[in-house]
Ligand binder design. Structure first.
Ligand code: FMN
Length: 479
């Protein structure tokens, strides 16, 4: 698992299993982004390591992981080689148990160390030049001629609650404004934003540290939705089963992961905004537009020799891909809410959720659908939740469409929930809508056989899931 604690070991691991494309000579200006769009949109894509970027030292690099590869996603969160190759729904079941175990176990606080590889290079004051790094312009529509180089797409932003001292890690995109200034986009419901509001209400600047390349465990913890009072570092320690090593930042006093490739420390001042965006969002649109957003005044830049930027730009192909974590998270929430007999959950990206149940009582299907549609992971992007019987594999989109087409009477079986959760990233929010009015409706499709006459419902043709699975197991080497 130690390869998860160092981006370089991770790249070696990917290379060893034939899942790393090494591309030399691509330009930061749209070439890296476009190559990534091509590579990352393939079925079961590889990761990519871009180096020898024109205009930069040969070994300054950019590494991108795909979200659509089950194998890479599994290995990146510490699952075994064997588990990474499970059939899709089995893999989600396995991931769900793993996420629950990590969540339930005792937290392991980080440990402070004095040394870190990023002290190899320290730039302060007049030496700071953020253009030193090959930050890509990922998409043609990103930003404008003054700001379009997003150094932070897979970055970890470290802030603290000024009252409780609780440290928060979040992934918020970061653009270069000039040699010493960065633009930061945090949406209103984020913990980093809550911390900033507290500092600014007291008339103080918010200290912030950002890593632009770090170990995968800290990144995974930062990506997760945790309650405000929970520490992502402790959660990451729980995943690792060992504390995460951190260095205390000289300017901010914030704990910085020792695994970082590139780190900045800086301050976000009240009422100091600059135009930022648009950026190619995960929904597949430039939906946030250009808006005045916060600015980071950089006080120091530290980086390893031959630093690697970790990139995580969004691909349209992933909007309905990358299902695993979302599905596992919704499934755990359904269990926690006491919805019984859930047999499988699948997510078509963050846009569609499908729940399969063994119907136990009248109203069970609506309960499962409505609860799933309102869980945090099932609600943050998904407008549509579909509930199917347990003879339907929710990861099989054809089977789901077949169930919808044959087991639904639209006038009875579509529930609409009005004024539900959305955000300004939602492309269906009309122009100029204030943040306080960003609602959407959500639909739950009950594609289960009608409960009261399900026993008389015509029998479906084809083998049962169990028969299919056992025959598959026996014959899989020939299939
Ligand atoms: C690749 C990626 C990019 C993201 N970009 C942003 C962003 O620019 N702004 C934002 O507010 N959230 C963004 N998010 C979502 C947050 O990082 C995520 O919701 C995280 O859990 C927030 O943590 P927090 O609730 O502790 O703030 C991004 C997530 C990922 C995986």
């Amino acid at each position: 698992m130690e390869y998860l604690m160092d981006l370089r070991l991770w790249a070696k691991k990917l290379d060893a299993i034939g899942k790393l494309k090494k591309i030399k000579g691509a330009s930061w200006d749209l070439e890296i982004g476009t190559l990534w769009d091509i590579i990352g949109s393939q079925p079961d894509p590889c990761s990519a390591l871009f180096s020898e970027i024109p205009g930069y030292p040969k070994n300054f690099a950019v590494l991108v992981n795909p979200q659509n590869s089950q194998r890479i996603s599994a290995l990146a969160c510490g699952m075994s080689e064997e588990d990474s190759l499970l059939p899709p729904l089995e893999y989600v079941r396995n991931l769900k148990s793993r996420m629950k175990k990590i969540h339930d176990q005792p937290r392991i606080p980080p440990v402070t160390v004095k040394e870190a590889p990023f002290f190899e290079n320290v730039d302060e004051a007049g030496n700071i030049d953020l253009y030193k790094f090959p930050a890509p312009r990922w998409n043609q529509g990103d930003g404008n001629e003054d700001q379009n180089r997003y150094i932070g797409t897979g970055c970890v932003c470290i802030t603290a609650d000024p009252d409780s001292g609780t440290v928060n890690l979040g992934i918020y995109r970061i653009v270069i404004h000039d040699e010493k200034t960065l633009g930061l986009y945090m949406s209103p419901n984020k913990d980093g934003m809550a911390n900033m509001k507290k500092y600014h209400a007291a008339g103080k600047p918010m200290p912030i540290a950002v890593t632009f390349g770090q170990d995968l465990i800290t990144y995974w913890a930062a990506e997760h939705k945790h309650p405000h009072a929970e520490s992502e570092y402790e959660y990451a320690g729980g995943i690792r089963q060992k504390p995460i090593e951190v260095v205390i930042g000289a300017h901010t006093g914030l704990p910085i992961p020792a695994s970082a490739e590139i780190v900045i420390e800086g301050f976000v001042h009240p009422n100091d905004l600059r135009d930022e965006g648009p950026f190619g969002e995960w929904v597949g649109y430039y939906s946030t537009g250009t808006k005045p957003e916060s600015v980071i005044h950089v006080k120091s830049v530290m980086f390893r020799n031959d630093p690697i930027i970790f990139g995580h730009p969004h691909l349209k192909a992933e909007a309905v891909g990358m299902p695993w974590r979302w599905a596992a998270a919704v499934w755990n929430r359904l269990d926690a809410c006491g919805v019984p007999d859930v047999k499988g959950v699948w997510a078509y990206g963050q846009l569609w959720t499908v729940v399969s149940i063994c119907q136990r009582y009248p109203g069970h299907a609506r309960q499962a659908g409505i609860v799933a549609s309102q869980t945090k992971p099932g609600s943050i992007g998904a407008r549509f939740t579909i509930v199917v019987d347990d003879d339907i594999d929710p990861s099989d989109s054809q089977a789901v469409l077949w169930a919808m087409g044959t087991r639904m009477n639209p006038i009875e079986d579509i529930e609409i929930i009005r004024r539900s959760w959305s955000s300004s990233i939602d492309p269906m929010i009309p122009p100029n809508t204030p943040a306080a009015a960003c609602f959407t409706s959500k639909a739950v499709f009950d594609a289960c056989k009608p409960y009261e006459w399900r026993q008389q419902f015509p029998s479906a043709t084809g083998p049962s899931l169990e028969l299919r699975a056992s025959v598959y197991e026996k014959w899989k080497s020939l299939l």
